[in-house]
Design a protein around this ligand. Structure first.
Ligand code: ADP
Length: 400
């Protein structure tokens, strides 16, 4: 009989889920996916088959404050109705912060929950939303194995320099350090690359995860050695609405000279900056690329420029580069952005095959390019499903 594995990726206003079937040997197979949107406003459930056909849709317009427990009760009943002869065996959760210690997914128990709650101050905008579904599921389906998969875990292989700010040791000791994020995406890409080209995967690889959140990661022999995100997911590249790296002096100026509150600064840095802030037009790369507004063009130019600078920095961390991989919404679907990044990177030995790039081919470097360039779609949910299955297997073989 197949195992059902439920993957949960929860944010502030939506809970995304994906249901996988696993027979234990092959990789899990996606059976359906969907989300609950409008939490605390007008909850709306939608579930789709892998090819996109809508399976179920449900609105609760008169229950804006529907609890997580009520939503998960509905979800679990829906899952059990749609599993056929498979049985729901585990839930895997994306948890943004695993702190300094956790470099692997973990089976959740009360002690781990207490530790993960202690990390809320390090990721106050995300961690509480990741933990709430774990508690709700534990109530609705007691006994279901739940696994936490951390976005920070893949970067725990970084050397200490890559994880440190030049701050007094006391603060570093308290956890003010660089954690790095998007780890589940990078881990998935590293595994995919190992299948596509084992020799490349053994080399020095920079992955550019360019979505509405954007970051880059330097990977050597399949392990992260540095990344652009730091203490929070605000550092590094400019993103749809986030600044990316910023002189900390700007924050002092906003506080001391402009009299802004912490909340106002948080809104400015997380929601009003990046592509939307620079362009004044949109946080959506498609809109910017089609716009005739000069500020839209400048936002794209700044995005590409920062990627090029970070590419140089990550290449230095690796001591050279053998491959560059593009992934996530912009990386997977914008030949224009890839072309511009690669043009800036000719000094590194990157040469593009324009025709392959234009059709989003898997390998887009010219045949004589010393550095290979790839487009690999990411799949964080699949990574969580695989991890959850592995934890489940370990649990079974330990006889627990
Ligand atoms: P998220 O971080 O929300 O998962 P995605 O990986 O889905 O984000 O990426 C969203 C970004 O991808 C948006 O900025 C969107 O404009 C961009 N994008 C999607 N398709 C294209 C395209 N064809 N060309 C350029 N940008 C695209």
């Amino acid at each position: 009989m197949h195992d059902g594995i439920l993957v949960i990726n929860a944010g502030s206003s939506s809970i995304k889920f994906s249901l996988y079937l696993s027979d234990g040997d092959d990789k899990p197979v996606l059976s359906s996916k969907g989300q609950v949107e409008g939490i605390n406003v007008a909850p709306h459930f939608i579930a789709k088959a892998p090819h996109g056909a809508v399976l179920t849709e449900q609105h609760w317009p008169d229950q804006p404050n529907m609890s997580h427990e009520a939503l998960f009760k509905y979800l679990i009943e829906w899952v059990e109705d749609h599993l056929g002869d498979a049985e729901l065996k585990a839930a895997g959760h994306r948890v943004v912060h695993g702190g300094s210690l956790y470099s692997q997914p973990l089976l959740i128990n009360d002690d781990l929950m207490t530790e993960l709650e202690a990390l809320v101050p390090l990721a106050p905008l995300h961690q509480p939303h990741n933990l709430a579904p774990i508690r709700a599921l534990a109530k609705v389906h007691p006994g279901l194995a739940q696994v936490a998969c951390f976005d920070t875990a893949f970067h725990r292989s970084n050397p200490w320099m890559a994880q440190s700010f030049a701050l007094p040791r006391k603060l570093t000791g308290e956890g003010v350090k660089r954690y790095g994020f998007h780890g589940l995406s990078y881990e998935y890409i590293a595994r995919q690359l190992r299948q596509l080209s084992p020799a490349t995967a053994r080399g020095r690889v920079v992955v550019a995860h360019l979505g509405s959140g954007a970051s880059m990661c330097a990977i050597r022999e399949g392990k992260s050695v540095a990344s652009t995100m730091g203490f929070t997911a605000l550092d590094g590249l400019p993103m749809g609405t986030r600044t990316g790296c910023l002189d900390a002096g700007v924050v002092l100026y906003l506080l001391q000279q402009k009299g802004m509150t912490a909340k106002e600064i948080e809104d400015l840095l997380y929601k009003q900056s990046g592509l939307i802030g620079v362009s004044g037009v949109s946080n959506d790369m498609r809109v910017l690329l089609e716009s005739s507004e000069p500020h839209a063009a400048e936002a794209v130019e700044l995005f590409v420029y920062r990627i090029s600078r970070e590419l140089g920095s990550l290449t230095a961390a690796l001591g050279g580069i053998d491959a560059l991989v593009f992934t996530a919404g912009i990386g997977e679907r914008s030949p224009q952005v890839r072309e511009r990044v690669c043009r800036h990177a000719e000094w590194l030995g990157i040469r593009l095959d324009d025709e392959a790039n234009a059709r989003d081919a898997q390998q887009i470097s010219a045949i004589d390019s010393p550095v290979s360039v790839w487009v690999i779609p990411t799949d964080e949910e699949m990574m969580i499903a695989r991890h959850t299955r592995e934890v489940l297997h370990a649990l079974r073989s330990s006889g627990a």
